[in-house]
Write a protein of this length. Structure first.
Length: 317
């Protein structure tokens, strides 16, 4: 057995054990769960797609062995599948032109395909509830009530019902969006570690220059239209689908903010304050995603990008 295969097996086991950390209910276990896909990304971005496929399969079997079939399925969807897809896309190379060198797959394209995967999973769950005894939104409310009752049994029925009423309208979209964001964070963290170790297969993308394929706007427009003109489960699905499909534009919005921050003094302080607001306010995240949409459609960065503060003025031909 080769050294690369052993690394892949070890990464799969470590990823599965990290994903199962929540079962211990230990303090800080949730942070470990959020980083569960990091070993998969590290082995994939330093060895290749075959290694991440082996690690994902081993992790799936390990999760099933210790947590059962349901936990194995959750691991496959939440950790293994996104890691495999992102690594496969990130390591793709294509000809830059006749006689030109090959170029790496744009990171925005890889993110767009992962987003479509998340959106497809949400649609599948919604469709499977059509014609059932409970609507999609009702099913989500029931599951939330069950989870809250298990995690916080001391909550009264009234308090729990109010909490469910607040969480349920946007819960599927919030889960899908956070899943996408943490997948990207783990991939970027793995790449940064590998670059420091000089074990990366591809150079680190220029994140501030992230762009998306033009086609990625249309699913978002369709989901937003469904949320506006639909009713019942159609409206509920469209609203949550729009949240998921807005995630790539959120990252483009971050790229715009970083580009504009180059033009001001105290860039680090301003960005630190910006990210603090972003963590504390959901509306700030909506605003950043909206900036990303505007940039995608109207080229905001090209209109306002300029030299760094204190740098030489731009020259014109």
């Amino acid at each position: 057995m080769s050294k690369e295969t052993l690394f892949a097996i070890g990464a799969g086991v470590l990823s599965a054990v990290s994903a199962l950390a929540f079962l211990s209910r230990a303090p800080g276990s949730l942070i470990v769960v959020y980083l569960a896909s990091l070993p998969l990304f590290m082995v994939g971005l330093t060895i290749g797609p075959r290694a991440v496929a082996i690690a994902a399969a081993v992790g799936f079997m390990t999760a099933g062995l210790f947590g059962g079939a349901f936990i194995a399925g959750v691991f496959g969807l939440m950790q293994a599948l996104p890691a495999w897809l992102l690594v496969k896309q990130a390591l793709l190379q294509r000809p830059a032109g006749p006689g030109g060198q090959a170029e790496w797959c744009p990171i925005g394209e890889a993110l767009s395909w992962l987003t479509l995967l998340a959106a497809a999973l949400l649609v599948i769950v919604a469709v499977t509830n059509i014609g059932g005894e409970r609507s999609f939104s009702g099913m989500v409310s029931d599951k939330l009530d069950y989870i809250l009752h298990a995690m916080a049994p001391h909550l009264g029925d009234g308090h729990r019902a109010r909490t469910v009423a607040v969480m349920a309208p946007l819960f599927p979209g919030a889960v899908g969006g956070s899943w996408l964001i943490m997948s990207v964070v783990n991939a970027a963290l793995a790449q940064a570690i590998l670059v420091r170790m000089k074990r990366n297969l591809r150079p680190t993308p220029a994140y501030a220059e992230t762009t998306l394929p033009q086609w990625v706007s249309w699913p978002l427009v369709g989901a937003a239209a469904l949320a506006l003109i639909g009713s019942g489960d159609l409206q509920y699905t469209g609203r949550n689908l729009a949240m998921v499909l807005a995630v790539p534009f959120f990252f483009v919005g971050l790229a715009v903010v970083h580009t504009l921050a180059r033009r001001v003094a105290y860039k680090g302080l301003i960005l630190a304050a910006f990210y603090l607001v972003l963590v504390l306010s959901g509306w700030a995240m909506v605003a950043v995603a909206s900036i990303g949409v505007v940039d995608q459609w109207f080229g905001l960065r090209h209109r306002f990008a300029g030299p760094p503060a204190g740098g030489p003025p731009a020259t014109t031909e």
